[in-house]
Design a protein around this ligand. Structure first.
Ligand code: UDP
Length: 235
């Protein structure tokens, strides 16, 4: 087993986080979330009437998420445009956010969420969900809770929080295990849980426990960033 992580962090320690709200002027709501070198920007457009009309649901609104990694976000230029990976991440992002929204308030409408990863060093889907959740709140859409997200897992035989790219690439001790989770701290629900790799039941429970604690810290930062905007408005 390894006794320290490549970047010197403690096993249960996530990278430095920072949130900022209101960074895309023309969007109805927007936010940035940074975790280490991973940076996600989210912009919300809507709710507005959904066109073409055959896509409308007269009972409730539709949430559409679009995740994209910028070509310049990684050192090996990323091929532009959608991919199977981005389609999957867009879909799981929607599923992570839906439980906190009441779309029956917006019949025949759409809420579009665009997520752009401008810097990627692992954990981008989680950073995107955190930014999107803040952007939805900034757009004034009523939410039951803010969704927080982090990747947990196993590196070098140890249960860890927030794997970076170097750790995701470590092949020793059976390779890494990556478990991105999204969590709503107020009602204690997991809204995303994916798993890539191997883990025992005990380690899995331990990883989720650590992830929950990190999500609580992330939610504090989300709230701080949102309050910042209203402080400025009040001036
Ligand atoms: N990555 C990359 N090029 C790609 C896709 C991913 O360099 O086309 C890197 C990027 O740093 C990303 C990491 O691989 O954060 C891990 O990607 P994964 O699919 O596991 O999703 P993530 O951890 O970002 O949610």
């Amino acid at each position: 087993m390894i006794d320290k992580r490549p970047d010197g962090r403690k096993f249960e320690e996530m990278r430095k986080i920072e949130g900022k709200v209101g960074i895309v002027k023309r969007a109805d709501g927007s936010a940035m979330f940074k975790i280490g070198d991973t940076v996600a920007i989210a912009a919300v457009h809507g709710p507005r009437v959904l066109h073409p009309r055959f896509l409308q649901d007269p009972q409730k609104g539709v949430l559409r998420c679009n995740y994209d990694m910028a070509t310049f976000s990684v050192s090996d230029r990323k091929k532009p445009g959608p991919s199977r990976r981005s389609t999957e991440i867009s879909l799981v992002t929607e599923k992570s956010l839906l439980p906190v929204l009441d779309l029956s308030m917006y019949p025949s409408s759409v809420i579009d969420v665009f997520i752009e990863i401008t810097q990627a060093n692992a954990g981008t889907r989680c950073a995107g969900i955190v930014a999107a959740s803040m952007a939805l709140a900034h757009a004034g859409i009523p939410m039951k809770d803010l969704v927080s997200a982090i990747s947990v897992g196993k590196v070098g035989g140890r249960v860890v929080v927030d794997l970076d790219k170097e750790e995701e690439d470590l092949e020793s001790f059976g390779g890494p295990t990556d478990i991105p989770i999204a969590y709503t701290p107020k009602n204690g629900e997991f809204t995303l849980l994916q798993l890539d790799g191997n883990i025992t039941k005990e380690e899995f429970i331990e990883a989720l426990k650590l992830g929950r604690e990190s999500c609580k810290q992330i939610q504090k930062e989300q709230e701080r960033a949102l309050k910042e905007v209203y402080k400025e408005k009040g001036k």
